[in-house]
Design a binder for this molecule. Structure first.
Ligand code: SAH
Length: 341
């Protein structure tokens, strides 16, 4: 089946004209899709003959029905398992924050970046998600939770910059005022550091928030945690980040997962300060979440607090991320292809 949610409005208009229909029908259908209807039936102002024609031509509304929903007893976080039409399965997480409801979406089924501490990369990359499959994670969660979601973080399974074309189409679709109209500033994309795409992203989406998974203060440690660092070493990455902040005047969030005896010492904190000098940024410290297969341990609370204090004392704003959904393996780095068996 072809997915109508993979189409931008102008593409949908072209499709309808090609089917011999008036162009304005595209706007109606587009609006319904991003209102979150669960099928053609709910599109009350669209003629039945047109719905039939679309279905006969192989077009679907791309609606997901969750195969599994886990609700955290700790904080009400919901983790969804969605089965895709080709049998792959992906996870998304719905979180309630003071500033609004947020969905953490996956950008790929699996991941090929190979970070040593992350569950998403176990099993490798199956395939890229389409723009419609990214958007539908938000819509399906809204239908299930019964509340509007106003923030998207592309921090689920997959490396969004390894699927740049679909990612950018997804952002344009979800931002379209004729549909979901979600503000660019309400979207955050996180990358492990595919440097060439950072430059492209700054030009294409200067309003979308950028997060960089840094996790280390030097190349030795970063190489041992993240294979991507061998291709784009830290000095190249940091240079790209400086350029990004100069061009966009936007603050970058650096994510730094604290792993016991690996990257969480006082020396590591001081080295990080040197590396981040002159970059408009904020550091988000994430005490490592347990992923059984990795054999790595989380930093002690004391070490996390000390690390944070050193950064702050040197003028780098830092927060320790409050982990949501820990009891349902819904925290950073715990999402995986097909869910946990
Ligand atoms: N591939 C992108 C998007 C994933 S975002 C990226 O790397 O940024 C998920 C975030 O959780 C990343 O910062 C990732 O490095 C971090 N993460 C992965 N495994 C983790 C774990 N076990 N504990 C805490 N954070 C983890």
């Amino acid at each position: 089946m072809k997915n109508l949610k993979d189409l931008q409005l102008n593409e949908m208009e072209a499709l309808l004209v090609a089917l011999g229909e008036p162009k304005f029908r595209a706007k109606q259908i587009f609006a319904w899709l991003y209102k979150g209807v669960s099928g053609f039936d709910e599109m009350t102002n669209v003629p039945a003959a047109l719905k039939n024609k679309l279905e006969e031509a192989g077009w679907s509304t791309g609606v997901f029905v969750p195969a599994k929903v886990q609700i955290s007893k700790l904080d009400g976080t919901r983790k969804y398992l969605f089965e895709l039409s080709d049998g792959n399965a992906i996870e998304s997480v719905y979180m309630k924050y003071k500033y609004g409801n947020t969905i953490c979406i996956s950008s790929q089924a699996g991941c090929r970046m190979g970070c040593k501490f992350c569950a998403s990369t176990i099993g490798g990359l199956q395939r890229n998600l389409t723009p419609g499959e990214m958007a539908e994670q938000l819509l399906a969660a809204e239908r299930d939770a019964g509340e509007p979601i106003n923030h998207i973080v592309v921090m689920g399974t997959g490396e969004p910059f390894d699927n740049y074309e679909n990612l950018s189409k997804f952002i344009r679709i979800i931002n379209d005022k004729n549909g979901r109209n979600l503000g660019m500033r309400n979207i955050t994309v996180s990358t492990c550091g595919l440097v060439p795409m950072i430059e492209t992203f700054a030009k294409d989406f200067p309003q979308v928030n950028l997060a960089i998974s840094l996790h280390a203060p030097n190349n030795d440690i970063r190489n041992s945690m993240m294979p991507v660092n061998k291709k784009y070493p830290m000095e190249v990455l940091i240079e790209a980040c400086k350029k990004y902040t100069e061009e966009t005047s936007r603050r970058i969030t650096f994510e730094y997962t604290l792993v016991k005896d690996k990257n969480d010492s006082r020396e590591n904190a001081f080295e990080l300060i040197e590396k981040l000098r002159g970059v408009l940024c904020h550091v988000n410290l994430i005490p490592l979440n347990k992923v059984e297969e990795t054999g790595l341990d989380t930093s002690e609370r004391k070490a996390c607090e000390a690390f944070k204090k050193i950064l702050e004392d040197h003028g780098i704003p830092a927060t320790i991320r409050r982990e949501l959904g820990d009891d349902i393996d819904g925290a950073c780095g715990q999402l995986r292809l097909g869910g946990k068996k």
